[in-house]
Ligand binder design. Structure first.
Ligand code: UDP
Length: 323
């Protein structure tokens, strides 16, 4: 049985992954500093409170257990915040990730799965965006993730540390069994905010700009179900465990939906009115981000099971109603 160390396993994506992998044959060790995660979201595995700032403790943990691979979800993820607090983003997303990689090298653990992002591409030069698309991130968040991708290439060459970078487009939805969901505080993501409005916990949803160069004027994004992301992580893990070379993959459905389409679909799913207000553009938002994920399908054998926006929103709605 392979032992997998999951950093940030109490957060939105990490907690879903822990549940997903717990149904397969892995031993799971979970580290989280609980800065934005929840210990009650960790439904399986052995849990340790820990922080990537503690390099020595990390090296000890990595040396003590027979760890076959590390997955890293403990990043800050808010574009707007990264613009006013670049220090926080470079410290957590770059410096602390480097601590982790150095601890791995010291402990001779050589397989790493990294949560990257569509934000590394910046303003798209074409869509759908494939892996070769030029990478000019337009905010510190995107830059922090691109820096780690670059560091990983160097660590592979110098130390033989093999990695898979998974560039998520818009991770969304919730555990289809209703046990887990998005619990960001404050919440900034579109689908949970729309559903909180449907549930009556917010008065209205603000559309950030309706003057974009898109058919209905609102931004287009590629929403991908959290469980499909989990599936991609397990396939990436299998790739590394079978000692294949490092790789990067874009993960999305390849279909874009506008902010208005998301709100309309949420109205259908929930049967609620969902009041809307038109606001100004949010800084750093490209008009259209859609993934070309053919490489992940071809090389990893990835087959999204929940590509339909309705099922993504329906699962997220089940979770919102539980709260
Ligand atoms: N958005 C919006 N109102 C909100 C939150 C988000 O109009 O209250 C828009 C946002 O401008 C973007 C899309 O919804 O075009 C998805 O935003 P989200 O923050 O969910 O994800 P991101 O694309 O930033 O990763």
């Amino acid at each position: 049985m392979n032992t997998i160390l999951i950093i940030g396993g109490a957060g939105y994506i990490g907690s879903h992954l822990v549940k997903y992998l717990s149904k397969k044959n892995y031993r799971l060790l979970i580290v989280d500093n609980l800065s934005s995660g929840y210990v009650d979201a960790v439904l399986a595995g052995e849990f340790f409170i820990g922080d990537l700032a503690e390099k020595q403790a990390l090296t000890q943990l990595l040396s003590h257990y027979p760890i076959d691979a590390v997955m890293h979800f403990a990043a800050h993820i808010e574009v707007a915040e990264s613009k006013v607090r670049p220090d926080k983003y470079y410290d957590n997303n770059v410096v602390r990730t480097l601590n982790l990689l150095d601890a791995m090298v010291a402990a001779n653990v050589k397989r790493f799965i990294f949560s990257s992002t569509a934000a590394i591409f910046g303003e798209p030069q074409y869509v759908p965006i494939d892996e070769k698309h030029p990478q000019y991130p337009i905010n510190p968040y995107g830059r922090s993730k691109l820096m780690v991708e670059q560091i990983l290439r160097d660590y592979d060459e110098a130390f033989g540390l093999k990695s898979v970078c998974l560039r998520y487009f818009n991770a969304a939805g919730a555990d289809p069994e209703g046990e887990l969901g998005e619990r960001h505080v404050p919440e900034t993501h579109l689908i949970p905010l729309v559903l909180q409005t449907a549930a009556g916990r917010r008065e209205f949803i603000t559309i950030f700009g309706e003057d974009y160069d898109t058919p209905d004027g609102t931004c287009i994004r590629d929403y991908i179900h959290i469980n499909d992301l989990c599936q991609a992580h397990e396939l990436a893990l299998q790739r590394l465990l079978s000692n294949q070379p490092s790789a990067v993959y874009n993960l999305g459905n390849g279909e874009g939906f506008s902010v208005r389409q998301v709100i309309d679909t949420a109205r259908q799913v929930t049967g609620k009115t969902i009041p809307v207000q038109i606001g100004t553009r949010r800084a750093g938002d490209p008009a259209r981000l859609v993934a070309d994920s053919r490489l992940a399908r071809q090389e990893l054998g990835w087959q999204p099971q929940y590509p339909d926006l309705k099922s993504i929103i329906a699962d997220a709605w089940r979770w919102e109603q539980r709260l």
